[in-house]
Design a protein around this ligand. Structure first.
Ligand code: GDP
Ligand code: MN
Length: 385
């Protein structure tokens, strides 16, 4: 689960990381008032969307008066911000963060993520702040310092000291130590999947300050973090994914044109691969699960069809625990209810497959069937071309 920058900063502040003072707002007038309240000669108005790269896209603006803050806010609110992370459709700005301006002497990078190769969190830091870590890794891999963190003990004092010296923070030890310790504590305590401060700055006064913050939480651990769940912003999520979660469907929207309904994550991946192999592009990943019922199948179908990019649907089900006739009933019901007008290819295999095929055939619906995945993918790709 992703959260906004202002929320990530609230979390980090709670764990002792030095963060500039700021006020989240959702109107232009409130932005002006926030400027006055902060009482700083310079403030920064920052668009709050679940994507980075806002600076280059015009989503981060320095302002020097309440009037200017209000004008800048008026321009940003409701605007679609297109950054290299939002995709071409961009994101509509609904919230802003007005923050005290900082005088930057140096910009650094620090983040913690899970390193699957060693089964532990790893802290990465570099002196190339403001730049994306992928870019640094590409251009100057030697500039990235790594510390593997103990999965139980977390960050150890010698690691903090080593990083401080590597980053040239020996004159800012107090705030640098608070930052590294706080970031690691937050990461462990809240089951983060990743926590990033980019840039982490050293001010002209020599203090270390988190100027930007990004935290992603492990969704599987959210059940033990009620407070974190309160940060969820449904505005920032795909409505199709929210709807799918209500019915316990594993759905992820993609950008192709072939809607897929599959049971089992492995089969869903394989189905997407075979579609690609045949020259098509999947519009989604959808695993209806092993024990899906008719209602779930119907809802899954509706969600697939609500995506205007979908030009055809491929249903690929292996009936094990789940029976093929149940799936067929669901598909028929959904196709009728949604007055399906695009090509549909169904491939069923497994328990009760004969009853399932019979139901499809007798439904009178215009659909194609296939016996192998290869054939099914070929058909739907041809029909949607
Ligand atoms: P991102 O582009 O979405 O990652 O947004 P950031 O919060 O990282 O802001 C982008 C850039 O704006 C930073 O790298 C800074 O250079 C600049 N910036 C942000 N806040 C301030 C500030 O308070 N003072 C100054 N001078 N620059 C800032
Ligand atoms: Mn940033």
């Amino acid at each position: 689960m992703k959260i906004h920058e202002y929320q990530a900063k609230e979390v980090l502040r709670r764990f002792g990381v030095p963060v500039p003072e700021g006020i989240p707002v959702d109107t232009a007038e409130a932005a002006g008032q926030a400027f006055t309240k902060l009482g700083s000669p310079v403030a920064v108005v920052k668009a709050q969307i679940h994507a980075g790269g806002r600076g280059k896209a015009g989503g981060v603006k320095l302002v020097r008066s309440a009037q200017e803050a209000e004008t800048v806010a008026k321009n940003l609110l409701g605007k679609t911000l297109v950054t290299h992370q939002t995709g071409p459709e961009g994101r509509v700005v609904k919230k802003l963060y007005v923050e005290k301006g900082s005088e930057i002497a140096r910009e650094l990078y620090v983040a913690i993520a899970i390193d699957r190769a060693v089964n532990a969190p790893v802290l990465m830091a570099s002196t190339e702040g403001g730049m994306e870590i992928e870019e640094v890794a590409h251009k100057n891999p030697g500039a990235i310092h790594r510390e593997t963190l103990h999965p139980v003990k977390g960050i150890l004092p010698f690691q903090v000291r080593r990083l401080c010296f590597q980053l040239g923070l020996d004159k800012s030890l107090k705030s640098a130590t608070a930052t590294l310790n706080g970031l690691a504590k937050a990461f462990f305590a809240l089951d983060c999947a990743m926590a990033e401060i980019n840039p982490l700055i050293v001010t002209k006064q020599g203090d270390v300050l988190a100027l930007d913050a990004k935290i992603n939480f492990d969704s599987n651990a959210l059940f033990r973090h009620e407070d974190v769940l309160g940060y969820r912003d449904l505005n920032e999520e795909d409505p199709k994914e929210i709807e799918a979660a209500k019915f316990n469907l594993n759905y992820i929207a993609l950008d192709g044109s072939i809607g897929c309904m599959v049971n089992g994550a492995g089969l869903a991946m394989a189905t997407m691969d075979v579609i690609q192999l045949k020259g098509g592009r999947p519009a989604n990943f959808l695993d209806v699960g092993g024990g899906a019922n008719k209602e779930q199948v119907t809802n899954a179908f509706k969600i697939l069809l609500s995506d205007k990019k979908v030009k055809g649907v491929l249903v690929n089900i292996f009936g094990g625990i789940m029976k093929c006739d149940t799936i067929a009933e669901g598909v028929v019901a959904a196709a009728r209810e949604t007055k399906l007008a695009i090509p549909l290819v169904v491939r069923l295999e497994g328990t009760n497959v004969e009853q399932g095929r019979k139901l499809l055939k007798e439904s009178g619906l215009k659909l194609e069937t296939a016996t192998s995945l290869d054939e099914a993918a070929q058909k739907i790709v041809a029909l949607t071309r």
